[in-house]
Design a protein around this ligand. Sequence first.
Ligand code: ADP
Length: 260
Amino acid sequence: QNLDTRIDVGRAKYELKDLAITINEMIDRIQDGYRKQQRFVSDVSHELRTPISVINGYANMLDRWGKNDPEILQESIDAMKNEAGNMSDLVEKLLFLARHDRDALKYEITEVNLSEIVEEVAKETAMIDSEHDICADLTSGIWIEGDPNRIKQVIRIFVDNAVKYTPEGKKIQIRAFIENEFSVVEITDAGIGISKDDLDNIFERFYRADESRTKTTGGYGLGLSIAKVIVLQHGGKIKVRTKPGIGSRFSIYLPTLSRK
Ligand code: ADP
């Protein structure tokens, strides 16, 4: 984090009290940054420990029994591949956030047909998820300015979450429409919902509600922080309405391209 509260020594006309306040503020910010850094390192280590010990376990099993047993051999290879995939997914997400933090993310900005992107995500999801009733209600020809790949990444995060946190057989609705100067994508699920306390934290890195941790859905609690970064970068905002046991509605607002 940049420390923009540096004292301009050349022009300093501070009374001693003002100086003390400024220095205290600086110390608070440094301490806050340091605590966040510590928590981040501990979260990452924690998340990496599980796949590493799974891979280790299977490697040992292979070593002892796998050489002469094709079934154990195949099971171990599959499990190790799967865990390596999870680790690489985690590292990709961390690299994304690290690049964002040091302003090194590249956005390829063009005119983007938002309706088409949302339709693609809805179709792709419906193709691989037969457990939910996925329906899309999209106004066509909504244009925004942005990076099409990043926008698709954002929509995917919300739709994937709706799928993950909604029981089988329930409805997931995806809408796209224009509201004032904004293009809105709205994902509504009839899922587990989010409690008030959790709602304050779900956009924090690595945060997962207890209910999600205990489920076998997988995930690292990084999706929403990535989505937030991208939406803010596009001049947009995200609103959430949710009720535990009833469902959630995530609305993504992006500035509409006015020339279209
Ligand atoms: P992940 O889904 O990988 O855990 P996210 O950052 O995408 O991470 O989401 C953070 C947390 O927010 C989830 O763990 C879950 O507790 C909650 N959450 C997100 N989307 C939903 C949803 N549609 N319904 C219920 N809970 C959700």
